[in-house]
Ligand binder design. Sequence first.
Ligand code: UD1
Length: 338
Amino acid sequence: MSILVTGGAGYIGSHTLIELINQGYKNIISVDNYSNSDESTYARVKEITGVSVKKYAIDLTDKKSCTRLFEEEKIESIIHFAAFKSVPESVENPLAYYHNNLGSLVNILDCCREYSCNQLIFSSSCSVYGNSKELPVTEETVLSKPESPYAQTKFFGEQILMDAVKAYSNLRVIILRYFNPVGAHKTGLNGEPASETPNNLVPYITQTAAGLKEQLQIFGGNYNTKDGTCIRDYIHVSDIADAHILALSYLSKMDKQIDILNLGTGNGVSVLEVVKSFEKVNNLSLNYAIVDRRDGDVEAVYANNSKAIKLLGWYPKYGLEEMMKSAWKWQLHLAENN
Ligand code: UD1
């Protein structure tokens, strides 16, 4: 019986492959359509772990390919990462987000039902909390309006799963609400796949420091926060990956069909604090300017993570400085290898 990792060539997917292998999991299958990643990720996973992961190039929005995969492999559990993940891109191209993020989920659930695969971990996001008045947010916090189509796809994804477990009594689901995953593997050999125009803050910072971008634009300096810039809960990608391994064992002993867990550090950090931390730990000075707000951004969100700590026995190991150090190490690795 195998574990299927969708989006395994992506940022969180590849770090999770590494941790699964390190924890002794065998029979891991990775699926990716390389829309926001590259097949070379698997070589990096092999360099770090010594293991070649079995891989398929499949677009999960294509039902026929999805079915063929379940036909060929005996899949016991799924960690479903594959999705588009840019807030601004989703504002510009909402239909692509609905089609990709929800279409793939529905196809996977259909195949789960047809092929008796009953365990699923779903990548959700803190964006489902919207602009919450209650901070830090717990899993019980009433969800405010999603601020972007990306956030909507995560909200709808959660709803689809809640309906699915009601209809299919064998299905067990864990929804993990990630806060802001950043950083890279401690070796510096794996990190966020390079993109020409990164949408997320930390890749933009590292590319600016590397001279690939002229200036970091900080979106909004007049929010009602400690220094006027947005507050997020940045969490090391390897801590997020670890939580998936623990969630897999929690899935098999869970006494309910569905559960939701926040994966954050609990620390609310401003954009300017991220920039300062990056400059300090890497002894660099960054060219940045504060510009207008970006559509779709929430002002502040950070996690109450006590439920994940209690139920999974998980605890985030890395602090902001390690996130910033490893992100820069990865950027330097990319520069050396291009
Ligand atoms: C959002 C989701 C997060 C998800 C991520 C995936 C929310 C609250 N969070 O993160 O759960 O994992 O998408 O991509 O919706 N910024 C700049 N300049 C830049 C880029 C970003 O100032 O060039 C600022 C943003 O305005 C924001 C912060 O940095 O305040 C973080 O932005 P980003 O890294 O894009 O992630 P979110 O949109 O917060």
